[in-house]
Design a protein around this ligand. Structure first.
Ligand SMILES: [Fe+2]
Length: 246
């Protein structure tokens, strides 16, 4: 079984289409670490796609807020505006489906999925120190998470914790070998709103049989997404950050 791992699509149809075209034929099932909606102009289309194509979707913090499960208090003004706008784009059935998404962690035989951290879906795991508390909560060798919009992740080998290498700015992919006696938490990066300085859409492929995770980046027509953001009357900051990848 080969898996396509996606996270933080955030209503970006152009980035999602580019990812799916880039890895066509290379996976059997799609797994999503949350945040289908919010920020970008096509939440309904992304939810519609996920309902049909994802084997497992766990909820992200934006899914939770857009679905009305949590208030807007923790969001800044831009996130609040886009969450309320996204809610208006979804049908009652889509909102119900979003509301019913399972929270992480979700554990399967070969992997675990969570959004922020296994103990808190709103927690940002950005540094090796942040990752230390996660490893004690996980029972599989490999886990996938999102929320930070930063591609890469962390490993633990005996008492050592370190950062995984991500894709270089002029590269297309980075391979991570799942070595014995190590535990890995991997962030595939954000499909729809990267924040690691690389504006290209991010994703990962995982082969438990080959014991390999492949991180990838692919360009997409950012200008089209930005035009749609402006046409929808969403905040300009949401367009600008897509160009910068921040
Ligand atoms: Fe997100």
């Amino acid at each position: 079984m080969r898996f396509l791992i996606l996270s933080d699509i955030h209503g970006n149809s152009e980035a999602l289409a580019a990812v799916l075209a880039d890895c066509a034929g290379e996976y059997d099932e799609v797994l999503c670490c949350g945040d289908l909606v919010g920020y970008n102009p096509n939440p309904a289309e992304v939810v519609d796609w996920a309902q049909t194509n994802c084997r497992i979707v766990i909820r992200g913090n934006h899914d939770k807020v857009v679905a009305g499960l949590e208030g807007l208090d923790w969001f800044n003004d831009v996130a609040q505006t886009s969450a309320l706008w996204s809610r208006r784009q979804l049908t009652p059935d889509q909102l119900t489906w979003l509301r019913d998404l399972q929270p992480g962690p979700v554990q399967q035989e070969a992997y675990t999925l969570f959004h922020g951290a296994p103990f808190d879906e709103d927690y940002y795991v950005l540094t090796p120190d942040d990752s230390r508390d996660c490893f004690g909560c996980l029972e599989t060798e490999v886990s996938f998470f999102g929320h930070t919009h930063v591609q890469g992740g962390f490993f633990k080998r005996r008492l050592q914790v370190g950062r995984l290498t991500s894709v270089l700015r002029d590269g297309r992919e980075q391979t991570i070998e799942i070595e014995p006696d190590s535990v890995f938490i991997v962030n595939p990066g954000s499909v729809g709103q990267p924040r690691d300085g690389d504006p290209r859409a991010a994703y990962a492929l995982f082969s438990p049989e080959q014991r390999i995770v492949t991180l990838r980046r692919i360009q997409y027509p950012v200008e089209t997404t930005c035009r749609k953001i402006r046409d929808a009357g969403l905040p300009e900051a949401l367009a600008l950050r897509l160009f910068r990848g921040q």
